[in-house]
Design a binder for this molecule. Sequence first.
Ligand code: TXA
Ligand code: MG
Length: 318
Amino acid sequence: MPENLEQHAIDDGVATLRRGELLAIPTETVYGLAADAGNDAAVGKIFRLKGRPADHPLIVHIADASKLTDWAIDVPDIAYRLAAQFWPGPLTMVLKKHPRVSEVVTGGQDTIGLRCPNNPLTLDLLRAFGGGVAAPSANRFGRISPTSAEHVRAEFGQNTPAILDGGPCAVGIESTIVDLSGDQPRILREGHIRRAQLLPYLPALQSGESSASPRVSGSLEAHYAPRTPMQMRPRQAFAETAEPDCAVLALDTVPDGWRGICLPSNADDYARGLYAGLRHLDTLKARMIVIEQTPESADWLAVNDRINRALAGAGDTP
Ligand code: TXA
Ligand code: MG
């Protein structure tokens, strides 16, 4: 976008947020459905449009680490060290919420998820807006996260809000979430930033939810799901006859005789194309989407997590 058009889009976006309306925003991970985090009525519109239960907390997006204390209390030093290393970027930190922050945003939790996204348009928007922007992924509850403006329109049809179009997302899957609010740091959601990258900062890092963790939508077993039923098979299982009523999501090459698409066999490149790929396959009206088994190495944790949740939820709902 030429610079003056960009500035115009950002000014419009800020005005939209200030009016208490929704705005779809680009981030490096996925598109977000944004509202002024300081305006309960505006935040309520996010839950309604998504069809998201009110007890599922939202991430608040901020311009930089200097804003942490606007939203959180008892911010540990490690939060600033992580921000210095990984922000702007795909890392969400869960901290103790500031008493001023509305429970509408945090779904009734006494903690808050904060992140500074690495997208130039959205960073400019956040700086110009000044406040925090609450934004879940811009998809209907339980469905595939959008990685382009076109996907946002496909999700919401005539109810689509204003969109700040930043082109396709560079990372393609949601941020890594690390909970720093408890006694032990804990990864609540795997993402582009790996455990191995966090370990030097957080040697005591735990994985998975503790009994104290809230029920988070990204951690529900069925999520990120296409409407077409899905299954996973190893490559060898494609050697036999192609099933014409199936569509395949393969690694590197589409097996002979099959229809479908392939993604690169490198975890980051695969992640970038995964949601667009699933969306495309879902439009083919196949009987079944067959995913080629992905590697099980640590690099693939976040991708495999999304695939497993898509497998659990596929074909479920209208
Ligand atoms: O990459 C991302 O994080 C994207 C972009 C738009 O920033 N956002 C995103 O939001 O994935 P959403 O709402 O689809 O997923 C946010 C996850 C949910 O699983 C939510 O429950 C969890 O973050 N979360 C938010 N606040 C939390 C809190 N206080 N404690 C625990 N989990 C929290
Ligand atoms: Mg989501």
